[in-house]
Design a protein around this ligand. Structure first.
Ligand code: MG
Length: 388
C-alpha cells in the first residue's frame, strides 16, 4: 500500500505565547487569556499556568483559585489574527498542499515527496523557519494520516517535534490514554473506563462489533481511531471555504436606510450560521448590483470573528464605499470567507457582559425557533417585499 505523509503543525498556547512575545515581562509567568466576568472561561494559558493544573475552557474563577497570582489578559484577536496570517503565509510559500484547520493549527500533505525521511527533513526546516520568523513556539508531527499526526503533535508539546514512521502507528498510540484521541470527550472516556478501557492499545484490541453495540455508529469510528486508521484528506487551502447569501429586491431602490437595514439582517443571519457551525471568518465581502445589472464588490480582511456587531460594522463600511452611483439597487450580496474552525469566544474581547449575554440569548432562541425568530428592531420589514 502506498503510504501517505501528513504533517500536523500546532502553535503552542497560541494566544498566551503571542502575549509573552509582545510583552517580555510576561515571559516565565502564568498568563491567562480570557474575560473577567463571572461566566468567563480561560481561552488560552501559558505553560507556566498549566503547571497549576489550569487548562483552556476552565472557568476563569477556578483557574484563579488554583493560581491567584496568574496574570489575566483580555484577548486581542486582531494581533492573534495577524500572527496566524504570518504563519499561514510561510506555510503557503513552502507547502505543496495544506489546510488551515483553525487559527493555530495546520495540516500539510507531503504524500509523494521523496519518501518519509525527505519529508521529515523538510518538516524540520519548515518549523525552524516559522519559529525564526515569528518567535512563536510550535509543535509538529509527521505520520501517515491526519489523526496520528495530530495526536503526535500533542505528544510533542511543548515546543517539540515527532516522527511517527509508517507502520508504527498502533505501537505509538497503544500506551496513550484514550482521552488523547481526537473527539473522545469526557463522557466517552468515562464509559470506556467503566469497561476497563483506559489505554488506546486496549481499545484497539476490542472487537469492533462490541464497540458498535455499546456506542452505536461511533463505535466503529472509535475502533478505527484506536488503530490509527484515518483516510480524511487534507483540504487544500486554495479552496478557502466561505458562506454567502444574496437578496434581490422586488423593487429596485435608492433608499439607503432601507438597504442598510437589509444588510444588517443578512449579516445577522449569516453570522448566526457561522456560530452554529463553530466557524470564524477573516474576510468579509459585500456586493451591489444596480438596476442596469452592473455589479461591484469589495472585500476586506478582518480579525477572526463571528460577532454580529463587528461584522455589521465592516459590512456597512464596505457598503458605504461601494454605493457611489446613487442609482437604483437591485441586489445585495454578502460573503464571509477564509473560514476556520473555532468557537467565538466573546469573553476574549471588549464586549460588555450584558451584550454577550444578549447575543447568547438570541442564539438560543434562534436554535429553538429558527433563524428569523428574533431580529434587531431596525431590520423588521417596513416596506418593499424581499425575495428570499
Ligand atoms: Mg495550539
Amino acid at each position: 500500500m502506498f503510504d501517505r505523509a501528513v504533517l500536523h503543525l500546532d502553535l503552542d498556547a497560541f494566544f498566551a505565547s503571542v502575549e509573552q512575545l509582545r510583552h517580555p515581562e510576561l515571559r516565565g509567568k502564568p498568563v491567562l487569556i480570557g474575560g473577567k466576568s463571572s461566566r468567563a472561561v480561560v481561552a488560552s494559558c501559558s505553560y507556566e499556568a498549566r503547571r497549576f493544573g489550569i487548562h483552556s475552557a476552565m472557568p476563569m474563577r477556578t483557574a484563579l483559585q488554583r493560581c491567584p497570582d496568574a496574570i489575566v489578559l483580555r484577548g486581542d484577536m486582531e494581533t492573534y489574527s495577524k500572527y496566524s496570517r504570518i504563519v499561514t503565509e510561510i506555510i503557503e510559500e513552502e507547502a505543496p498542499l495544506f489546510e488551515k484547520a483553525s487559527i493555530d493549527e495546520f495540516y500539510v500533505d507531503l504524500t509523494g515527496m521523496d519518501r518519509f525521511v525527505g519529508c521529515w527533513k523538510w518538516a524540520v526546516e519548515l518549523r525552524r523557519r516559522i519559529m525564526k520568523e515569528t518567535g512563536l513556539p510550535l509543535s509538529q508531527a509527521l505520520a501517515v494520516n491526519k489523526l496520528v499526526a495530530k495526536v503526535g503533535a500533542g505528544q510533542a508539546k511543548p515546543n517539540g517535534e515527532r516522527l511517527i514512521e509508517a507502520g508504527t502507528e498502533r505501537q505509538f498510540l497503544a500506551p496513550l490514554s484514550v482521552r488523547k484521541l481526537p473527539g473522545v470527550g469526557r463522557v466517552t472516556c468515562e464509559r470506556l473506563c467503566l469497561m476497563g478501557v483506559r489505554q488506546v492499545g486496549t481499545l484497539a484490541q476490542m472487537p469492533p462489533r462490541l464497540l458498535e453495540q455499546r456506542f452505536g455508529k461511533h463505535g466503529k469510528a472509535l475502533w478505527r481511531k484506536a488503530n490509527g486508521i484515518d483516510d480524511t484528506p487534507v483540504q487544500p487551502w486554495h479552496e478557502r471555504k466561505s458562506i454567502s447569501t444574496e437578496r434581490t429586491f422586488h423593487e429596485d431602490t435608492t433608499d439607503m436606510q432601507w438597504l442598510r437595514d437589509r444588510l444588517t439582517e443578512m449579516v445577522t443571519r449569516l453570522a448566526w450560521e457561522l456560530r452554529k457551525k463553530q466557524k470564524l471568518t477573516a474576510n468579509i465581502a459585500v456586493k451591489i448590483r444596480y438596476s442596469d445589472f452592473q455589479t461591484f464588490s469589495r472585500q476586506r480582511k478582518i480579525p477572526y470573528t463571528a460577532h454580529d456587531r463587528t461584522l455589521i460594522r465592516h459590512a456597512h463600511d464596505l457598503f458605504e464605499q461601494l454605493y457611489q452611483r446613487r442609482q437604483l439597487v437591485r441586489l445585495i450580496g454578502l460573503r464571509f470567507g477564509d473560514l476556520v474552525h473555532g468557537r467565538y469566544q466573546p469573553d476574549l474581547f471588549d464586549d460588555t457582559a450584558e451584550e454577550v449575554h444578549l447575543l447568547e440569548r438570541m442564539d438560543h432562541i434562534r436554535a429553538r425557533f429558527g433563524p428569523d425568530a428574533i431580529r434587531l428592531a431596525s431590520t423588521l420589514p417596513r416596506k418593499k417585499d424581499v425575495l428570499p
